[in-house]
Design a protein around this ligand. Structure first.
Ligand code: MN
Length: 391
């Protein structure tokens, strides 16, 4: 049996705090239901000190989903931690997630404090959180740009103070996979098996998922991610990408999670329905074109055997079916198949060729060809739908 990796979903917190992604409590509950169905381990439902809405969301998500662990975020200052603790009152599986920035840049420009002062504050915060809940996660904000010796020292101190998860975020999306793995490896070595080491990555350089995956090999056992990759700036690590990678490439990334892969698409769609945008069309796994084939050679190969151009079945991640998109790159084989699907029967080779010539002329002038266009073309060339002919 491979090792278990915990999926910490932050769609409702990091995701929600990005432009165009605000959700009210009812909307958060709707998305939370899909995430629980999907099988995430920890749901970060809000930042209670930030707003009453966040406070309420943590409380309601906690009440409605007693079997999932619910996290509330706060800085390592007493008023944040107390507010998070109050939001989590009565929640069956509560986690307080507290953070403080640790990098030189943040210490100098944000706090004007020394490393020792920050360490002291982090430890006091964890100790306070521990008075309310057993499950305390501590995060080193801007961890990836923190001097490594200090990062290990403060992480150890937070574990001594009671933190059971140590999260090292690449807050600004600055790391490369080898660099991040190096940092995570050092922290894993420093804290040993006394805490789970967690990763939280951002996609500013398009490396969020690659960084998270690299960190698993260095010993991380929790991944913080969001559905559709939403989150601050370029977004967080995509939950659907992590889940698919661990499944499709289990040979190279031998870990497992509690995610039910076939529920991914429904969760993605539910999220898209409550925020202002869906995943971009070419988004991995959940984008509209993720299982669409237009190039002729690809369509021909795909129709002969799906495995020629698909590394996973769309149904395995809950996507209804692959789509053959007809356009100027399509070949005769795909067009012939579409003619059959549209109900015009198994055309003879000459007939198919005739339709194909007219089709390529039309396709040349457009971005894509709709089924209606093909029907119009067939009718113009004198073909009739089979059931109509029968009547
Ligand atoms: Mn973040």
């Amino acid at each position: 049996m491979s090792e278990r990796v915990y999926i910490f979903d932050t769609t409702l917190r990091d995701g929600e705090q990005s432009p165009g992604c605000s959700m009210n409590t009812e909307e958060k509950l709707l998305v939370a239901r899909k995430l629980v169905d999907l099988g995430v381990d920890i749901l970060e439902a809000g930042f209670p000190i930030a707003s009453d809405g966040d406070f309420d969301a943590v409380r309601r998500v906690g009440a409605e989903f007693p079997d999932v662990r619910v996290a509330a975020l706060g800085r390592t200052v007493p008023k944040d931690i107390e507010r998070a603790a109050r939001a989590l009152e009565g929640v069956k599986n509560p986690r307080i997630h507290c953070f403080i920035a640790t990098s030189e840049i943040h210490l100098k420009y944000k706090f004007n404090k020394t490393q020792d002062e920050i360490l002291e504050q982090a430890v006091r915060g964890v100790e306070l959180a521990k008075q309310y809940v057993d499950d305390v996660e501590w995060s080193a904000e801007d961890g990836s740009r923190t001097e490594i010796g200090y990062l290990c020292r403060i992480s150890k101190a937070c574990v001594d103070a009671g933190a059971t998860t140590i999260n090292i975020p690449d807050t600004v999306g600055f790391c490369t996979p080898d660099h991040y793995a190096e940092i995570i490896g050092a922290v894993v070595e420093a804290v040993g098996d006394r805490a789970v080491v967690s990763v939280h990555t951002h996609d500013d350089l398009g490396l969020a998922t690659a960084n998270a995956i690299a960190a698993l090999k260095a010993g991380a056992r929790q991944i913080e991610c969001a559905m559709n990759g939403i989150g601050e700036r370029a977004g967080n690590c995509s939950l659907e990408e992590v889940a698919a990678i661990l499944n499709v490439r289990h040979d190279r990334v031998p870990f497992h999670t509690g995610i039910r892969l076939e529920k991914l698409y429904a969760a993605s769609q539910a999220l898209s329905s409550v925020i202002t945008f869906g995943p971009q069309p070419n988004k991995a796994i959940v984008g509209r074109n993720a299982f669409a084939h237009e190039a002729g050679i690809h369509q021909d190969g795909y129709l002969k055997h799906r495995s020629t151009y698909e590394i996973m079945a769309p149904e395995s991640v809950g996507v209804p079916t692959s789509r053959l998109v007809l356009g100027k790159h399509s070949g005769r084989h795909a067009l012939h198949q579409r003619i059959v699907d549209l109900g015009y029967g198994d055309l003879a080779k000459d007939d198919t060729l005739r339709v194909y010539e007219a089709f390529t002329q039309m396709a040349d002038t457009r971005k894509g060809v709709l089924d209606e266009d093909i029907v119009a073309l067939l009718e113009e060339l004198g073909f009739r739908k089979l059931e109509l002919v029968a009547q």
